[in-house]
Unconditional design. Structure first.
Lengths: 113, 116
């Protein structure tokens, strides 16, 4: 059974810092891995999706890497801003079977001005 | 092109009542997934449906919960005789296809169910 763990559970940083969020998964047989952002009381916004054959994806100040063999992914946020404050979720889709996602519990990020 | 729509956004029920949550997928999407987010927990898969078919319900409690996705209209997640432990945010996602192909899931805003 796939398990996804995110570390740290919460992170507080001053504005302008670069930061790294970590995600690990127990079963490396994944089709892809996706990072989401969730604002309080809101739905999920997809940030980056990495296919299993890829090593990283970039979008603006965000960079996500994937090491499938070791079961790890990182989300790097450059020059953090208060508007980045949210919960960041990592999810994996299995390589075979149905395309349902397994989520981690998330990292709650607070960027203070 | 409207995204995934869910209603109601907030739902309050007393113990023992029924809760009906609706999800309208994105245009052109025929696959729907329901996830539940309990307080302080991650999202957990509940059920995966295609039009008129339940494909995978392995994450859905066997009792009191049911789901459907009729030929016409939204997908419905139904919870009978709600209990306080059902209080959670319920998210719906849709995709164009499923299975082994690349089919990204797009999420709705969720329905927050509170059971008094």
């Amino acid at each position: 059974k796939q398990e996804v763990t995110q570390i740290p559970a919460a992170l507080s940083v001053p504005e302008g810092e670069n930061l790294v969020l970590n995600c690990s998964f127990t079963d490396s047989a994944i089709y892809n891995l996706q990072w989401f952002r969730q604002d309080p009381g809101k739905g999920l916004t997809s940030l980056l999706l990495i296919q299993s054959s890829q090593r990283e994806q970039t979008s603006g100040r965000l960079n996500a890497s994937l090491d499938k063999s070791s079961g790890r992914s990182t989300l790097y946020i450059a020059a953090s801003q208060p508007g980045d404050s949210a919960t960041y979720l990592c999810a994996v889709r299995p390589q075979s079977g149905y395309s349902t996602l397994t989520f981690g519990k998330g990292t709650m990020l607070l960027v203070s001005p | 092109n409207a995204g995934v729509m869910q209603n109601p956004r907030h739902l309050v029920r007393r113990r023992g009542q029924e809760a009906r949550l609706r999800c309208s997928p994105m245009k052109g999407h025929s696959h729907v997934y329901w996830y539940r987010q309990l307080p302080e927990e991650g999202l957990k898969f509940m059920v995966y449906l295609q039009k008129e078919n339940i494909i995978d319900e392995s994450g859905m409690p066997k009792e009191r919960f049911s789901a459907e996705f009729p030929k016409e209209g939204p997908s419905i997640l139904r919870i009978q005789q709600v209990v306080r432990g059902d209080s959670a945010a319920y998210f719906c996602a849709s995709s164009r296809g499923g299975g082994a192909s690349y089919n990204e899931q797009f999420f709705g805003p969720g329905t927050r169910l509170t059971v008094l």
